[in-house]
Design a protein around this ligand. Structure first.
Ligand code: KIV
Length: 269
């Protein structure tokens, strides 16, 4: 195979095999073309065009203002930027909550306009009919249980979800309805471990401890690209924001000192 040939895309069958083999699944958020390219190059298995973009890109305090058109705009760039990863796009509020027909229409639009390979939907047991309808229509669905950020106000904040029965019921019902994977957010590790043991489909954790079949983080958090609050479950692997501030400050200094542009950056006759 030459390097110019496209790489084979990861599919939901590959993700299922990874669970069976005990191979951990890596998933990270991506909102644009260059980030998708670099995550793909680093071998990330699943790129999530998360509605977290409302917070880390748009600067809102919740994901609620994000629209279907925003998801289409970002999703299309991410799909174009990646060759290998499975690309998943979030159904934004309230499209997962308006009933089966609305969600089906919104999910089909996401698939058609972005070229993504599946959608993520917040909710478990309450979404069983919707998940089943999407899967029937050929749309792979990852269910998002535990802390559901679109329900932040109903949950009373971004708080750890400790109701084991509820999380287990949501996860198993989503699997029965046809979800190819279940994401658990902010759930104590023992609950996430039990869900992972009981489910045959892969589980992905964020703030759910080490026993899930895979892990997801917001890329901006992992790379230290944004300022502000970082949840307990984040491990920061770089401080890109600090590096960028230093680089821009250096540029400004060079400009003030007359060092930029120099001969090398100037066209001569
Ligand atoms: O929107 C998002 O990025 C997410 C992750 C935090 C899992 O749902």
């Amino acid at each position: 195979m030459t390097s110019s040939q496209p790489k084979r895309r990861i599919t939901i069958r590959d993700l299922q095999k990874m669970k069976t083999r005990g191979q951990r699944i890596t998933m990270l958020t991506a909102y644009d073309f260059p980030t998708a390219q670099l995550l793909d190059e680093a071998g990330v298995d699943v790129l999530l065009v998360g509605d977290s973009l409302g917070m880390v890109v748009q600067g809102h305090s919740t994901t609620i203002p994000v629209t279907l058109n925003h998801m289409i705009y970002h999703g299309e760039m991410v799909t174009r930027g990646s060759q290998r990863a499975f690309v998943l796009v979030d159904l934004p509020f309230p499209h997962g909550q308006l009933g089966v027909q609305d969600t089906l229409r919104a999910a089909a639009k996401l698939m058609k306009k972005t070229g993504c390979h599946g959608v993520k939907l917040e909710g478990g047991a309450a979404q069983a009919d919707t998940i089943a309808a999407l899967v029937d229509a050929g749309i792979p669905v990852m269910a998002h249980v535990g802390l559901r950020p679109q329900s932040v106000h109903a949950l009373g904040g971004y708080v750890v979800q400790r109701n084991a029965e509820r999380v287990l019921h949501d996860a198993t019902t989503a699997q029965q309805a046809g979800a190819f994977s279940v994401l658990m957010e902010c759930v104590p590790d023992a609950i996430a471990a039990e869900v992972t043991r009981q489910l045959t489909v892969p589980t992905i954790g964020i703030g759910a401890g080490p026993h899930c079949d895979g892990q997801v983080l917001v890329t901006n958090d992992l790379l230290g690209w944004n300022s502000g609050y970082l949840p307990k479950f984040v491990r920061q692997y770089a401080q890109l924001r600090q590096m960028a501030v230093e680089a821009v400050t250096q540029f400004k200094n060079d400009l003030q000192n007359g060092d930029f542009p120099g001969q090398a950056e100037t066209f001569q006759e």
